[in-house]
Ligand binder design. Structure first.
Ligand code: LIP
Length: 274
């Protein structure tokens, strides 16, 4: 390939990101306008505190319809309606409203998260805070951005000085285990933050808003776009014991503290429990 021949992967990633941004912005407008009218259609899923609203469902339907028109044949995996049929190499992964409890209470920390996966690899992602309009994007190998600002993550080298974000599941038994882990970790780091939206947590870690983030129990839609944004900002993103990020654990941290943090989390059995 000559120097000025565009990389077909980069070209495809840029095209998919442009679609993701267009669709996510329209979806975020819907989420915000529905919130302004008041929350409706509230029901629960895995527990009495795991809520879903009419807006979650409406936004996901909107994303599915928009992608079906722009990219017929692609698959869409979403939090509320699962996977749609598709025959192409591209799968879209969407959380229509990540931070649903924040949305329910009117706290301005909830996002549309949309990622494009090609042959199993996330190559483009956007996270848009629907309440504030803050938007983070990334393409594989193309860097991570908040608006036009390139993100480089935290340069923290001392875990004891690290500001660490996390989150908790909806099941009381899992929360009890997570609280035990937190009680042991909190004396080993600067402080803890809990904002309630994994996709935004990963983006704030990408911009150095906190030094690191970890959470047990994230689904693909929580972490697909934010995980790419964090890794393209220079953070290591993975699980414990050298495993990739998954439902059992997602950790995002600068290289100097990723090992010490994951070692402590493994010692505290953070990926274990219910
Ligand atoms: C939320 C995550 C958050 C986690 C919450 C919840 P949802 O996703 O983004 O990190 O701590 O318990 O799972 O339910 O708002 O889409």
């Amino acid at each position: 390939m000559s120097d000025n021949t565009p990389d077909p992967w980069a070209t495809q990633a840029a095209e998919l990101l442009a679609i993701a941004v267009t669709v996510a912005r329209e979806a975020a407008d819907t989420a915000r306008s529905m919130r302004a009218e008041g929350v409706s259609g509230v029901s629960t899923k895995s527990t009495d505190t795991d809520v879903v609203t009419a807006a979650d469902r409406a936004v996901e339907r909107q994303v599915i319809a928009a992608l079906g028109a722009l990219r017929p044949g692609d698959t869409v995996l979403g939090e509320e309606f699962g996977g749609t049929a598709g025959d192409g190499a591209v799968r879209w992964i969407v959380d229509p409203i990540d931070g649903t409890v924040n949305y329910l209470y009117g706290l301005p920390v909830y996002a549309v998260s949309l990622a494009a996966e090609v042959e199993g690899v996330v190559v483009a992602g956007v996270v848009r805070n629907a309440a504030t309009g803050d938007e983070w994007t990334a393409t594989l190998g193309g860097g991570a951005f908040r608006g036009e600002r390139r993100l480089t993550g935290s340069a923290q080298t001392d875990l004891a000085q690290a500001l660490v974000a996390t989150g908790f599941g909806y099941d009381a038994k899992r929360r009890a285990h997570q609280a035990e882990v937190l009680a042991r970790l909190i004396t080993r780091v600067r402080d803890i933050r809990r904002f309630g939206a994994a996709a935004i947590d990963l983006c704030l870690a990408a911009e150095g808003g906190f030094d690191a983030y970890f959470e047990k129990g994230l689904n693909p839609w929580d972490r697909a776009a934010g995980g790419l944004i964090a890794s393209e900002a220079g953070l290591l993103v993975g699980g414990l014991d050298g495993r990739p990020a998954g439902n059992d654990m997602t950790v995002a941290a600068p290289p100097a503290i990723f090992g010490p943090l994951t070692d402590l989390l493994a010692e505290f059995d953070a990926a274990g429990g219910p």
